[in-house]
Design a protein around this ligand. Structure first.
Ligand code: AMP
Length: 220
């Protein structure tokens, strides 16, 4: 018998640790991460029409249109195999996207079970984001100050010596992304709060502490 999927949103400004926590839930619980940022970066890399449309908007730290990202989410949900649940990471980011997500889930007999907000200190976030980079081959994440590979210049997971920085991880784009979060994304929280879905976790704590707090919410 199929179990009801545990569909959740990880919400929080850029650099709050949504992607890191989503990876832990994927490996630990068999959930699937749906990151519109990752989907868009793939589209840009592959030069698809969506990617061509999104590229400059993303580099500036502004938001891609609601229609594009909600379309990507619907397609992804339809193409993925049955899983323990979906983790929406970086989506929804606006009120129309939140409304679209409810409809997308309802059409598929699913519903949101939790909205977990990672709370953070903005100035610390700028340092977190502008220092981060990842392995060009396997995607493992590193940081100039907080997590260098044990053997300098060599990925600990796959041994590659090629690394990448996101083009929007510069201070100016980060400040724009945060302003977008404050203006357009934070206002969707009260809607979820009224439905009793929101839990808050301190995103400035150690990664393992944050993971444990999220796990406790999902097991409640
Ligand atoms: P992220 O990886 O979530 O930080 O997203 C990187 C960039 O992709 C954002 O700054 C936006 O330009 C774009 N993007 C990702 N998700 C969305 C979304 N749900 N709505 C609009 N734009 C998005």
């Amino acid at each position: 018998m199929k179990t009801v999927p545990l569909d959740i949103i990880l919400l929080g400004p850029p650099g709050a640790g949504k992607g890191t926590q989503a990876s832990t839930l994927v490996s630990g619980r068999g959930m699937v991460q749906l990151s519109t940022g990752d989907m868009l970066r793939t589209a840009v890399r592959d030069g698809t029409p969506t990617g061509l449309q999104a590229q400059a908007v993303m580099a500036a730290g502004e938001l891609v249109s609601d229609e594009i990202v909600s379309g990507l989410i619907g397609e992804k949900l339809d193409s993925m195999a049955h899983s323990a649940g979906a983790i929406f990471d970086g989506y929804p980011r606006t009120r129309p996207q939140a409304i679209a997500l409810d409809a997308i889930l309802a059409q598929r007999g699913r519903a949101l079970r939790h909205v977990i907000e990672l709370t953070v200190d903005e100035d610390a976030l700028v340092e977190r984001i502008t220092g981060r980079y990842s392995c060009a081959q396997c995607g493992e994440g590193y940081h100039d100050r907080f997590r260098q590979p044990r053997l300098a210049g060599t990925c600990e997971r796959c041994g590659s010596t090629q690394f990448l920085r996101r083009p929007d991880d510069n201070e100016q784009a980060v400040r724009t992304r945060m302003a977008e979060y404050r203006a357009k994304t934070a206002p969707i929280l009260p809607v979820y709060e009224a439905r009793g879905l929101v839990s808050r976790v301190d995103g400035m704590a150690e990664i393992a502490t944050v993971s444990a707090a999220i796990g406790a919410i999902l097991d409640r």
